[in-house]
Design a protein around this ligand. Structure first.
Ligand SMILES: C[S@@+](CC[C@H](N)C(=O)[O-])C[C@H]1O[C@@H](n2cnc3c(N)ncnc32)[C@H](O)[C@@H]1O
Length: 179
């Protein structure tokens, strides 16, 4: 297996740009997850979980332990106030910068991140810490240590999100294949 370190480039500065995965997208993501985790157990992580709708959906629809990390306190507090679910015992919402929580990234079996507007250094760091399967929209942002563009080993996994009617370009990456 090729030993590489992946690094992101071509992103924007980290920001709070908001967009949500829609209910259609949540069901698409659930379908993808079922292919690798038919028993729907394990650890799910939404990095940049916003109002935590996806974390709630996953906690309700699966048996996974679901964590959302959101850097913006207003969104985090809004989520805490407005989410009503019977799946609280499998949900954890944290208000923090994901850079402060490497252990949570490492232990996630499935990571979702709508990260297309993020600082490429941050995305790179997450790619390198992760051990699970990652759904992300930052594929243009991958370069190898030697500077060459990566022949990307991930696969398209389109997801519907609030930024458009059409499904957005997302990719599934099994991070174990790049270790
Ligand atoms: C496009 S929104 C996605 C919301 C949610 N995941 C969804 O799809 O419904 C991206 C979120 O990432 C958050 N974010 C940006 N940088 C972050 C960081 N370093 N750590 C945690 N959250 C971050 C933003 O505040 C924003 O709420």
């Amino acid at each position: 297996m090729k030993q590489v370190t992946v690094r992101a480039f071509c992103g924007m500065k980290n920001n709070f740009t908001y967009g949500e995965i829609t209910s259609v997208g949540m069901n698409q993501l659930l379908g993808y997850i079922k292919e690798d985790f038919p028993d729907l157990k394990g650890n799910f992580l939404d990095i940049g979980s916003g109002y935590a709708r996806l974390v709630t959906f996953m906690a309700e629809q699966t048996k996974m332990n679901c964590v959302g990390v959101e850097i913006n306190p207003e969104m985090h507090n809004n989520a805490l106030k407005t989410i009503w679910t019977n799946a609280h015992s499998r949900m954890k919402l944290l208000c923090d910068d994901i850079v402060n929580l490497p252990g949570i990234v490492e232990s996630a079996d499935v990571i979702y991140m709508n990260c297309v507007t993020w600082d490429p250094k941050l995305v790179s760091r997450i790619f390198q810490q992760a051990n699970g399967i990652m759904y992300h929209n930052c594929v243009r942002a991958i370069r190898l240590d030697d500077g060459k563009l990566w022949d990307y080993p991930g696969e398209p996994a389109p997801l519907n999100c609030s930024w458009g009617i059409e499904d957005q370009k997302y990719y599934k990456l099994n991070t174990k294949t790049v270790r």
